[in-house]
Design a binder for this molecule. Structure first.
Ligand SMILES: [Zn+2]
Length: 259
């Protein structure tokens, strides 16, 4: 019999969004194999378009929660952990200095990346963290109180499908990311305390002024669950301090570059 390598990791959400189903948020992972690798490398394949879902489905073991019901932040965390146990802990990426435009090659260790959300709030003392399913923000211009929730893999899939539908109909989205309004609207649960349906939420989000939209996005960033990939880096050429956010390249996922 094959001895399978497995590793148990703790989700950034600590499993709190999943009620009693996943106490402690511990998930067992297995590395992916050659077969999955071949499948995922095929350009344009459905498996590759759904990369995170495909990997989670093959590498998450005996989990009572459907991987599509995991929060997006938990999914990204698992995705990076699968990369770590399958290939390498080292993630190499480039950033460009905003002052002198020098391209800098950098790397991070996935195992040491900063986590945010309940896992960070718990602290060293293992304090009990209360799960907040909805967050609230007062929009500065519209003076409306918005409640929003964290999105799941299922929401993300629906957003991708909706963007795909728009493209097929030849409709141009307003923003660079075609799923942007859809995602924001899916996250809205209440307006001034009243439950809001998706169509109304979509209209509301589409008509937000920049200042309100920024306030909403900031609230979402503050309560983010998963990784915090942003950091301050000094440019080796000119000494300028840059706010750098690690970027994702699929090629890096499969074929780790040497730093
Ligand atoms: Zn520089």
């Amino acid at each position: 019999m094959n001895e399978l390598y497995q590793e148990v990791v703790t989700l950034p959400s600590l499993g709190l969004p999943y009620g009693e189903t996943l106490p402690g948020g511990q998930v067992t992972l297995e590395p992916f194999g050659v077969r999955e690798e071949q499948l995922l490398q095929k350009p344009g394949s459905a498996a590759r378009r759904q990369l995170i879902s495909t990997l989670l489905k093959c590498c998450v073991k005996d989990c009572p929660v459907d991987v599509d019901d995991f929060l997006i932040g938990d999914r990204l965390f698992l995705f990076m952990q699968i990369r770590r146990i399958s290939l390498s802990d080292q993630w190499t990426f480039d950033w460009v200095c905003e002052h002198c435009e020098e391209r800098v090659r950098d790397q991070l260790l996935i195992s040491e990346a900063t986590l945010c959300g309940p896992i960070a709030e718990r602290g060293e003392e293992d304090e009990e963290v209360e799960w907040v399913g909805e967050h609230e923000i007062l929009l500065p211009l519209r003076k409306k109180t918005v409640h929003w929730r964290h999105l799941t893999g299922r929401d993300e899939k629906a957003a991708i499908n909706s963007a795909e539908q728009l493209r097929k109909k030849g409709l141009k989205p307003r923003e660079g990311d075609p799923g942007y309004i859809y995602r924001m609207a899916s996250a809205l649960t209440r307006l001034d305390g009243e439950a809001v349906g998706f169509i109304d939420a979509q209209n509301f989000v589409a008509n937000l002024k920049a200042r309100d939209s920024l306030a909403l996005r900031t609230s979402m960033e503050i309560h983010q669950i998963g990784y915090d990939f942003s950091s301050e880096k000094e440019c080796p050429s000119c000494g300028w301090m840059n706010d750098v956010t690690m970027n994702f390249e699929l090629e890096e996922f499969f074929r780790p570059k040497q730093p």
